[in-house]
Design a protein around this ligand. Structure first.
Ligand code: ADP
Ligand code: ZN
Ligand code: ZN
Length: 738
């Protein structure tokens, strides 16, 4: 019998290779470590996923060396990777890739500077110190510095501050006053920031109820999922904080997921203030080195709680007790590139594997989660009241069609909204204007013949930026100068109809010259600290009107904001997506939640061309149940998720004919072997039929369970021979159908 290791490579192939473990490496080769092995004619780094003892076979190659002393991926995480690979239809190596920081994958060398550690017993020996002072005053001075510093000091720093050379330190070491040790330094994540420690608040009865459930499950180490449905401002975050504290006091760790967009300094500070010593933060603005630092602090147990966006669901937290997913309905939890996992669903599976409890929190739960709660799979807990009985903001809907008719012109800011702005600003309060479309205007249009300037690589129109000096494709980033004359009819009547945040900003500055205006969207927020600065200026009250995209819809808390204007509530409703209503309801509720968080009640004005849309009316009444009660029959009738499940297949390639042929062929194969309850829809051109130069056709598998659809797909794709020029992208539980 011989030991074999199953090894996967990060090459995008879905295969495991067996290597013999040589006798000298039997201790070191474990699941979760990386090894160097011969592969074809090269040496390659691979990842050990399993070990097996069995009959040897001739010709098996041997592992050359082991790269890690400790597994980089723990056993439960390996299990999770296996689940991801099978559920989301991706190679195991891609799932594992999510769990290893880039810097580590690239073999980033960790710096280990030398530290000088004082030896306390020797420093207490007064006669020895006296002798040192007489014989080696320089050395004595170094000792003084170390005393004042009260702990180990980096050698370089000590030499610099003491004006000494290496030999003086060597002498001290020889006499036993100090010891030299190399050690890993971690960047101080909050360097230069002052954090004031905060005590927990006394929970309200509703919060206490939620916490009781959490405590019970945490103590028992029981896997459970709680859907915490709480209106905005009802104190969900306080529940999260105290549940995490409970986990810590039981010696367990915690993962706190928030959408990237609401991973604002404000949010992070709330967590730091409660757990100043045990928190790690993971977000997309960290450099690879900084990420590795945070990852290692978790891995070696220095940090016990991680706050982060989607990928933090894979953080190497020890003895995981709780995973919290805030704003669980957010689409950004779904990764839109391979592996196309949904962090909320991964959180639930990880919770089950590690016997941890999971809290999914939202003011507007996803229809998926609410249905799971309804069917008893999740425990639902409601927080129905805002803290301190603050009123929910009043929501008024303005019919923009009528507004246009009455004023006789196209307006973007209705009279009602303008009046409310004047009043609010006049009272010394602040306004947020929300518009979910960045840029100056959504298109460039010829007034005479209707020509629209489109992206040469994609089947969408170009967005006008910077007052019309630049055109930009929001899909592929293609940039063009706008035309001054129409290429079709030669007319100079080029216009930029419609409105984006840049045009809105320009209008508001003109209308309210006496107030400072700031804009927050991904164009204005490219500089590293722009986000933080703008928010600080708004919080200080210097900026009175804040304009922004969904970036400002979440997680922000400004007591002086009493008016929120939704400039166009219809942007999502026009999408050909079955989740359009849900998204609109969610967005409006979130945005409205920004109003009236202080003592003054808030007001929300929603402008819409479809003012009687059920999603708007439900949001106006702050009534999730009303929304859900109208939405679920619609999904049932059409067999949409979560009633049935979807797998979206996108066939894409540079040659339209080939793409179309493959899509048709795939359809035939799938239909040929699909069991009765799995439906094959399509193929049709994708809603965006050409993107980044690729033609795209779409098929949808619809069925009661994902597992059987996956089996069908595995068998079918396995039997298909694809050329290099056409690819099939598999998206399980797709969030976007574009
Ligand atoms: P949510 O996350 O549900 O939107 P938050 O947790 O942000 O709500 O709470 C809203 C406000 O109420 C915050 O200012 C918070 O500090 C405060 N708050 C939360 N819980 C309590 C409590 N038990 N007692 C007093 N204030 C609270
Ligand atoms: Zn024209
Ligand atoms: Zn494009």
């Amino acid at each position: 019998m011989t030991n074999y290791a199953s090894v996967v490579f990060d090459l995008g192939i879905d295969r495991r290779f067996d290597y013999r473990v040589p006798p000298g490496l039997e201790e070191a080769v474990r699941p979760g470590v990386r090894v160097v092995v011969p592969f074809r004619s090269q040496r390659l780094s691979g990842f050990v996923v399993a070990l097996e003892r069995r009959e040897g076979y001739p010709g098996a190659k041997e592992i050359i060396s082991v790269r890690d002393r400790e597994p980089v991926v723990s056993e439960p995480l390996l299990k999770l990777a296996e689940w991801i690979a099978s559920y989301y239809f991706c190679p195991l190596s891609s799932a594992i890739r999510c769990m290893i920081p880039t810097a580590l994958r690239r073999g980033h060398r960790v710096k280990m500077p030398i530290f000088v550690h004082p030896v306390p017993e020797r420093l207490a020996d007064l006669s020895a110190i006296g002798a040192l002072k007489a014989r080696a005053p320089k050395g004595a001075r170094l000792i003084d510095l170390l005393r004042v510093h009260n702990g180990p000091m980096p050698l370089q720093e000590l030499l610099r501050r003491g004006g000494a050379s290496r030999t003086s330190v060597a002498a001290l070491e020889k006499r036993g006053f100090v010891e030299l040790r190399r050690q890993r330094v971690y960047r101080d994540p909050w360097e230069g920031e002052e954090i004031e420690f905060e005590e927990h608040l006394a929970p309200t009865p509703e919060q206490a109820g939620a916490l009781d459930h959490a405590r019970g499950d945490l103590k028992e180490g029981r896997f459970s999922v709680m859907l915490l449905h709480g209106v905005t401002g009802s104190g969900k975050t306080e529940v999260y904080l105290q549940a995490i504290d409970e986990a810590l006091s039981l010696g367990k760790g915690a993962i706190m997921l928030v959408p990237e967009i609401s991973l604002t300094p404000q949010t992070v500070e709330r967590f730091k203030a409660r757990f100043p010593d045990s928190i790690a933060v993971l977000h997309s603005h960290l450099s690879d080195g900084e990420r590795l630092d945070e990852w290692e602090r978790l891995k070696n147990g220095k940090a016990r709680v991680v706050v982060g966006a989607r990928s933090a669901v894979f953080a190497p937290v020890h003895n995981l007790g709780i995973i919290i997913v805030d704003e669980e309905h957010e689409r950004t939890y779904k990764q839109e590139e391979a592996p196309r996992y949904h962090a909320r669903d991964v959180a639930v599976v990880r919770g089950r594997i590690e016997h941890a409890m999971v809290i999914l929190g939202s003011a507007t739960p996803s229809v998926e989660s609410y249905r799971n709660a309804e069917r008893g799979r999740y425990r639902i807990v409601h927080l129905t009241r805002r803290i301190e009985g603050r009123a929910m903001p009043s929501v008024a809907i303005v019919d923009m069609l009528r507004e246009t008719r009455q004023t006789g012109r196209i307006t973007y800011l209705s009279r009602a909204l303008l009046r409310a702005m004047e009043e609010c600003l006049g009272r010394g309060e602040q306004v947020i204007l929300f518009l979910n479309r960045r840029g100056f205007a959504p298109l460039l249009l010829c007034r005479r013949c209707g020509f629209v300037q489109r992206c040469p690589n994609c089947s969408i129109s170009l967005t006008v930026h910077e007052e019309g000096s630049r055109l930009l494709c929001h899909l592929c980033g293609h940039v063009e100068k706008p035309l001054v004359r129409c290429p079709k009819c030669g007319s100079p009547g080029i216009r930029f109809p419609g409105i984006g945040t840049q045009k809105l900003e320009q209008m508001v500055v003109k209308l309210f010259p006496e107030y400072k205006v700031a804009r927050m969207d991904s164009d204005s927020m490219t500089a590293k600290d722009a986000h933080r600065e703008t928010l600080a200026r708004f919080r200080d009250g210097e900026v009175r009107i804040l304009i922004g995209t969904q970036m400002i819809a979440k997680g922000l808390h400004f007591p002086n904001v009493t008016l929120v204007g939704v400039v166009c509530a219809d942007t999502a409703l026009h999408l050909s997506d079955f989740r359009a209503s849900e998204q609109t309801f969610q967005l409006l509720t979130q945005v409205a939640g920004r109003a009236g968080r202080g003592d003054v009640p808030g007001e929300v004005i929603v402008q819409s061309f479809t003012p009687t849309h059920p999603a708007l009316l439900a949001a106006q009444r702050h009534d999730y149940d009303l929304f859900y009660a109208r939405e679920i029959p619609f999904r049932e009738e059409l067999g949409y998720p979560p009633v049935k499940r979807f797998i979206a297949l996108t066939v894409r390639g540079r040659r339209g004919e080939a793409v179309r042929w493959v899509a048709g062929h795939l359809e035939k194969l799938l239909r040929g072997s699909a069991p009765r309850d799995i439906h094959v829809l399509g193929p049709v051109p994708s809603p965006i039929s050409r993107a980044k130069g690729y033609y795209r056709w779409q098929l949808i598998l619809k069925g009661p369970r994902v597992r059987e659809m996956n089996e069908l797909l595995r068998a079918t794709l396995g039997a298909m021979k694809l050329g290099r020029d056409v690819q099939i992208v598999v998206d399980v539980d797709p969030m976007s159908m574009l």
